[in-house]
Design a binder for this molecule. Structure first.
Ligand SMILES: Cc1cc2nc3c(=O)[nH]c(=O)nc-3n(C[C@H](O)[C@H](O)[C@H](O)COP(=O)(O)OP(=O)(O)OC[C@H]3O[C@@H](n4cnc5c(N)ncnc54)[C@H](O)[C@@H]3O)c2cc1C
Length: 373
């Protein structure tokens, strides 16, 4: 996006990538259909040490601008849920669109190019295994640390540090959470079960599906909250929109002989219901004191869970943290103290929610830098 925008302004652009293929993450995104933007994009849907930083870029290049490009290339798309726009067909169409725009703008693309050194004696000097290049402007767009086996590296962080920019703590985000001990045994026993939930951590709250796995918890709700989690508890509501205690007391009155697990299976997936009822034995509702039902209802509405960790960069969709926004212009992404150096996309300490926000940030920050580089 940055290369094609700068090219359209008449700049001579060279795009270097060490990968053999362009846009590899676009190709695997959104289950192969690329959730390329979200119509509900707003600064509140991004994590950053400076939550206001992304505002300017997101305002200057909006989801509608990217949609216009998609429509210009006649790529069929649809809205899935919650403003998420996906290709009807393959994500390859998005990569082809960007490459076609780059070509039309005269961008030179060199794939499989290993960068060995960057320096700025006066102009930028980029040493590679395909020769040395010099440039007035240099844009770092090398992403974060997620999915190292696809070639992700900490290159942008190292290069930025070399030029004196600060880098905030980085960590895996949009990533499954892991558990240990008896809780993990229970989760393993019901791996594959998925249900609508509401997950809460401090001021963050997401109502989406949670999936039990053989390592702990995943699914959109958990991926979302993982971006805010560092240590401590998360709270999981297994019955959003249902008043669990009213339900249980009503069933105790109307079906006193029913077993707890049978009654729970009316409102929860059966395997989960059975697992939650197991510690109570084969209890009939009539034999369970109201206070036990109240405690259980409390667990169903706000189950406090302490993750042991995350599944790490190997499974993380994005990296949270990154180039410190205090060292960048929010309008152009240019480094405040290094004229001509720009940093965009996931490398910057701006991390979107799940649902097309991370691509929108990549497009928007890339477009802004492309206007100035
Ligand atoms: C499985 C998966 C699914 C995803 N699905 C979605 C989705 O549907 N919607 C969404 O909004 N976001 C999604 N994301 C997140 C999204 O892919 C990223 O936020 C986005 O690609 C970031 O763009 P970027 O250009 O900053 O970095 P990247 O897309 O990671 O691109 C960085 C480029 O730099 C190159 N590079 C890295 N290191 C070097 C180096 N040392 N030398 C030379 N080149 C280098 C890489 O080869 C790569 O081409 C998904 C991520 C994953 C992992």
């Amino acid at each position: 996006m940055c290369a094609l925008t700068a090219g359209q302004r008449g700049r001579r652009v060279l795009l270097l990538d060490h990968a053999p293929q362009a846009g590899a993450k676009i190709l695997i995104s959104g289950g192969g259909r690329c959730n390329f933007t979200n119509t509900g994009t707003a600064p509140e849907r991004f994590f950053s040490e400076n939550p206001a930083f992304c505002r300017s870029a997101l305002n200057r290049y909006q989801p509608a601008d990217f949609v216009a490009l998609v429509e210009k290339h006649r790529i069929p798309y649809h809205e899935k849920t919650l403003g998420q726009l996906f290709c009807d067909g393959s994500a390859r169409a998005i990569v082809a669109m960007l490459l076609a725009e780059c070509e039309a703008a005269g961008v030179t693309l060199r794939l499989g190019c290993k960068i060995t050194d960057i320096a700025k004696p006066d102009r930028f000097r980029i040493a590679t295994d395909q020769g040395e290049f010099t440039a007035e402007s240099l844009v770092l767009a090398t992403g974060g640390l997620s999915i190292p086996k696809m070639g992700a590296t900490g290159f942008a962080y190292d290069a930025a540090r070399k030029f004196g920019l600060r880098v905030t703590e980085t960590r895996p985000a949009l990533v499954p959470l892991t558990f240990v001990g008896a809780l993990l045994d229970m989760m393993r026993g019901i791996s594959g079960v998925s249900l609508d939930t509401e997950v809460t951590l401090a001021k963050h709250r997401f109502r989406e599906a949670t999936l039990f796995t053989h390592r702990g918890l995943s699914g959109p709700a958990i991926l979302q909250i993982s971006s805010a989690w560092r240590a401590g508890d998360i709270s999981l509501n297994l019955l959003p929109g249902t008043d669990a205690i009213t339900f249980l007391l009503d069933r105790k009155k109307t079906r006193p002989k029913a077993e707890l697990r049978t009654v729970l299976a009316e409102i929860l997936p059966q395997r989960l219901a059975f697992a939650l009822a197991a510690p109570h034995g084969p209890a009939r509702l009539a034999d369970m004191p109201d206070r036990t039902l109240r405690t259980l209802a409390q667990q169903l509405a706000a189950w406090r869970l302490t993750p042991a960790g995350t599944e790490g960069y190997a499974k993380a969709e994005v990296t949270a943290g990154g180039i410190d926004t205090r060292d960048l212009s929010s309008r152009t992404m240019q480094a405040n103290n290094v004229p001509g150096l720009f940093i965009i996309g996931e490398a910057v300490d701006v991390t979107g929610w799940l649902g097309g926000y991370n691509f929108q940030w990549a497009w928007a920050s890339g477009w802004c830098a492309g206007q100035a580089a």
